[in-house]
Ligand binder design. Sequence first.
Ligand code: FHN
Length: 476
Amino acid sequence: MIKRTITCIGLFLLAIIQLQAQNAIKKEVKYGQLTELPRQDEAMKKWRSNRFGQFIHWGLYAIPGGIWEGKTYKYAAEFLKSSAGISTATWDSLQYQFNPVKFDAKEWAKMAKDMGVKYVTITTKHHEGFCLWPSKYTDFDIENTPYRKDLLGEFIKAYNEEGIDVSLYYSVLDWHHPDWRYKLNTEEDKAAFERLKAFTENQLLELLERYPTVKGLWFDGTWDQCWKDNGKFSYDLEKKLKEKNPGLIVNSRMRADEYGSRHFDSNGVLMGDYESGYERRLPNPWDVAVTKNDWECCMTIPENQWGYHKDWTLTHIKTSNELIEMLVQCTSQNGNFLLNFGPRGEGNFREKEVKLAKEIGDWMDDNSSVIYNCGYAGLKKQSWGYFTKSSDSDDAINMVVFNKPINGKYRVKLNKGSIIKRAYLLSKPKKSFNLEEIANGEYFLDDVKGKCKDPFVIIIELEDKDSKKFKQKALT
Ligand code: FHN
């Protein structure tokens, strides 16, 4: 009795402490999230069902391609200005060499379409500050290059004609702009940064005005103190941009709250429309559900090169199977995969990128039904690969196999009570696998003989939960 009373008092005290702790960390956030998440409007549903996107990093850095005065710099080519200690004036003069005579927007869009992407995100202005569109607010733009034409406009038109949604990358960090400040230490810094804010807002509204079909804005370069000190500005800006383009989708990097918390507000609530912190990394594949928020992983083909680097022998170059596995993993965990390409200064892609795009596209031709409109199947990654599930289907799940078991049998662990009705290769739907039930909801699938391209897909049809057979099994 005494023991029970002590336990009850203990639990009561613990509950009070927990309640107090919760209240202590709950802050009143005025400039946090604008809407309830996850967004369920048509634009967001489309973004979510797209699953696979192409990222393009293109700017002046594509001209030197990681090499300056005969010296090769290993670090990311778009950072060459700082790696090689090049003055702003010298770097900016690359503008007068930017003449991508080989740029063919239609060819680019066709390559993207054939690769199977449903959306593209292109750098309109990277950290160097150079703008790929003719901007009213700066001369450091495409209009003042030998190319002169509205390159971004051509790009958007061509991709839209192929049915690909376009989203625009914009770096707030700006190495060219005289009013950029990392920190706002003095009154003069603050005044300069006010001008930078006005410039940023004007350019973003200009982009949305000029290119009304744009579906999203992808912010970057927002990690410095100056941006953290301007949470209210980022809140107001998100609002204005969304008023200008209803349905607009914005990544979480755009935002800070009034306490300087980025991506997530001070109470841990995501800001923007999807989490964009997965850069060159994926979530733990064994996590059952990553998060209820939408998210996107952006990935490079080499280890860390976004812009064009002339020497790709410096790092590991991912194979198409590695990249396909990442795409599948993202899908299986309800995320999107944005794969980066860095075209040359002349305007064409390196042969290796073209080849990889073709290989991924060949795989997508046969297997895109396990990617588009698909997501988490309610099941963990297993030793042979990943499950995905289409939101159009109630009774089928997809197994995407990357590791073929030596004994030729796939051990498949479903949720308890699940019964497999039939399993077959997506490429050979008529031939069923032999099934061996080894535990409640657990099976061995015997390999179906025949050649299939790796990685490949097995479809599992499940017994309808209302069927007699299912009810009987569930009781046992
Ligand atoms: O510094 C950039 C980098 O060049 C590239 O644009 C990536 C893409 O996510 N973002 C920055 C680093 O977070």
